[in-house]
Design a binder for this molecule. Structure first.
Ligand SMILES: [Zn+2]
Ligand SMILES: [Zn+2]
Length: 186
């Protein structure tokens, strides 16, 4: 059985974490745990002052040495910050096959776009981005289905227009890679 370890950093709203854990437990046969292994101070080393963003790739490369995964575990670091990758630009998340992913939730918050806070919209966007990065970390490539959460996303409109989960093809692909990982396939 898989273990997904969620590590929130600088996230005060506990409801968001509870909703994410609830969703992942509903869809995956996995132990979902929440821990506080990463302190904000460790993350801030990767903050680029001039951009006002975290360097996602440097952060990922360093966290891999701190958090050691095994074949049946994945990490999901959730950081209330904005991030970039050199030569790519702003990113909502980043992942590493076999290890896990990091999701940067600041630009998933409606407040970032001048809208009032809405916990439902915020939570759904976070779930989508977490499922996307988890999918990559479990071996799924990008999907050609524009509605699928594994399709390429580079703005908030694309994210909002995606399904909250994997398309049927990606679900079957995931089951082939990790038999029994999904509770059900639709
Ligand atoms: Zn991706
Ligand atoms: Zn798909």
């Amino acid at each position: 059985m898989f273990t997904f370890e969620i590590i929130p950093v600088n996230i005060k709203d506990k409801q968001i974490i509870d909703n994410l854990v609830g969703f992942l437990s509903m869809r995956f046969n996995a132990n979902i745990s929440v821990s506080t292994k990463i302190a904000l101070g460790e993350i801030l080393k990767y903050y680029n002052e001039s951009r006002g963003q975290l360097n996602a790739l440097e952060l990922l490369n360093n966290l891999q040495f701190k958090l050691i995964s095994n074949p049946s575990s994945r990490f999901v670091i959730m950081i209330n910050s904005d991030a970039y990758v050199e030569d790519i630009g702003d990113v909502f998340g980043i992942s590493k096959p076999g290890w896990g992913g990091i999701v940067f939730i600041k630009r998933l918050n409606p407040i970032y776009y001048g809208y009032p806070f809405n916990v439902k919209i915020y939570t759904i966007r976070i779930i989508k981005q977490v499922v996307h990065e988890l999918g990559h970390s479990l071996g799924l490539p990008y999907c050609n289905n524009r509605r699928c959460i594994m399709s390429y996303i580079n703005n908030i409109f694309d994210l909002d227009n995606r399904l909250v989960f994997l398309c049927r093809k990606c679900q079957l692909n995931l089951e082939r890679l990790h038999p029994g990982i999904l509770k059900f396939i639709v």
